[in-house]
Design a protein around this ligand. Structure first.
Ligand code: UDX
Length: 449
């Protein structure tokens, strides 16, 4: 199939590249000339495991190309994916101006049928505006188009895996034609007919569910799913706070909860809270769209409040240990909002660093992938080349992102480098008994003293 993908951020680049990998001819378009230049020069604007080799392979095979020219990208396309950014406005509402711009371009520059697919995260009812805009700006009128919603559930750091091994593929459509096109487009994934870029031989898993709904329900599935996952995290963080007050261990509590298949063990890891470019903004956008439709989604406002409270709690723990933070040197291990990505957007680590700097503390930080982006966002911190260099001369060491390499550090060497051997494990990732045995004072979140 000939596919046009508009927007080459995480969603657009991963979707476009993986659709080319399963045999479609994909032209990815972006108005950001730098991004397109980077991609056409064979470099990657983002770090995402397995993605770079897929981009190179499919460009070589002529199935994937990048352009700033919408006309070129749209020329032979049957399907146009809208994957542009929907960042939050000040009030938390999603900014849909980039979506509207693409839709007007599709409307005014298409003379044959197009299936216009929302893949960016958009509030419910956006599809109605897309249809109306197509009608207004298309010389050929609405008849030329179908509008569908095909929300994305990929996680950064495992996006390629998530594309080839989804739990479900959700398509919101208003016509059998649109449903058939999307079913055809995902057929290789539905039938498992692809060579997996992640596994030499894929673990056997049931085929994903191809869930067909109306457009509005599909739009809501995305916001509701992300908000529910965020709620699960804030719930276990609230339980962690109670554990500290009663002397229980949240790690044991979440394990006990997660063994119930109705609850599920995933997304029950207590810690510094959720970050990234999805949960915080999707939560806000969901609360706002509910409000606009006369519904007070109070439970989600509480989810946000609990999440924001993680940073203050972390600060309290450091103050309890170090008393005055002014002039103290604090090491931070992990800056990305989660492991396996270089993304620092809404990263709890950076939020904590800003708070510590406001208290007058000096920061030495290390991250295997996100150091450069952090240095661009927070100029006046020392970016270390190793966890050991980050620990030098510090009075506390904070683990803020659970990169696997932090488990196997030479803790004896870390302890010798520190002025005061205090570890604050903001992700309950380290072995507290091993560290205490090595002479560290250890503090987790929701873990017994
Ligand atoms: C999320 C959704 O998972 C994905 O389906 C959607 O398409 C985009 O948003 P992503 O933002 O990449 O994906 O990250 P995710 O793995 O969901 O983690 C989000 C945040 O929650 C991270 O900051 C992570 O550290 C935190 N988290 C996750 C916890 O604090 N505890 C957990 O148990 C799980």
């Amino acid at each position: 199939m000939n596919i046009c993908v508009t927007g080459t951020g995480y969603v657009g680049l991963v979707t476009g590249t993986c659709l080319a990998e399963v045999g479609h001819r994909v032209v990815c378009m972006d108005h950001d000339g730098n991004k397109i230049h980077t991609l056409n020069a064979g470099r990657m604007p983002i770090f995402e495991p397995h993605l770079e080799e897929l981009v190179h392979r499919n460009r070589e095979k002529g199935r994937l190309s990048f352009t700033t020219d919408f006309g070129l990208a749209n020329r032979d396309a049957e399907v146009v994916f809208i994957c542009v950014g929907t960042p939050p406005h000040e009030n938390g509402e999603a900014d849909l101006s980039a979506v509207e711009k693409v839709v007007r371009e599709v409307a005014s520059r298409s003379s044959s049928y197009r299936l216009v697919v929302e893949k960016s995260t958009v509030p419910v009812q956006t599809g109605e505006y897309v249809s109306r805009t197509l009608q207004i700006y298309s010389p050929g009128g609405q008849g030329l188009f179908d509008v569908a919603s095909n929300p994305e559930f990929l996680r950064e750091g495992s996006a390629v895996y998530d594309f080839f091994h989804p739990d479900r593929i959700v398509v919101g459509v208003d016509s059998p034609r649109a449903e058939n096109i999307l079913r055809g487009l995902y057929q290789p994934i539905l039938e498992g007919k692809f060579s997996c870029p992640v596994h030499s031989s894929c673990p056997s898993s049931p085929p994903p569910t191809f869930l067909v709904t109306d457009v509005k329900s599909a739009e809501l599935i995305k916001h509701a799913s992300n908000s529910f996952l965020a709620m699960k995290i804030s719930f276990i963080n609230a339980v962690a706070d109670l554990c500290e007050k009663v002397g229980a261990d949240v790690e044991k509590v979440s394990r006990g909860m997660g063994l119930d298949a109705r609850i599920g063990k995933d997304f029950l890891r207590a810690g510094l809270g959720f970050g990234g470019f999805c949960f915080p903004k999707d939560l806000q956008a969901f609360v706002r769209i509910a409000e606009k439709n006369g519904y007070d989604f109070s439970i989600l406002r509480e989810v946000e409040k609990i999440n924001k409270g993680r940073i203050e709690l972390a600060l309290e723990k450091l103050k309890k240990e170090l008393w005055i933070l002014q002039g103290k040197t604090i090491g931070v291990l992990g800056l990305a909002f989660k492991p396996q990505t270089d993304d620092t957007r809404f990263a709890p680590a950076l939020e904590l660093i800003r708070r510590l700097q406001r208290e007058g503390a000096k920061i030495r930080a290390y991250d295997p992938k996100a150091a450069q982006k952090t240095a661009e966002e927070i100029p006046d911190i020392f970016i270390a080349e190793s966890p050991y260099q980050a620990a030098e001369g510090t009075e506390a060491l904070v683990l803020a992102t659970e990169w696997p390499e932090f488990r196997d550090l030479d803790w004896e060497r870390i302890r010798r480098a520190m002025v005061h051997p205090f570890i604050f494990d903001g992700r309950n990732f380290l072995d507290s008994s091993q560290l205490r045995a090595a002479g560290f004072r250890y503090e987790g979140m929701g873990r017994p003293q």
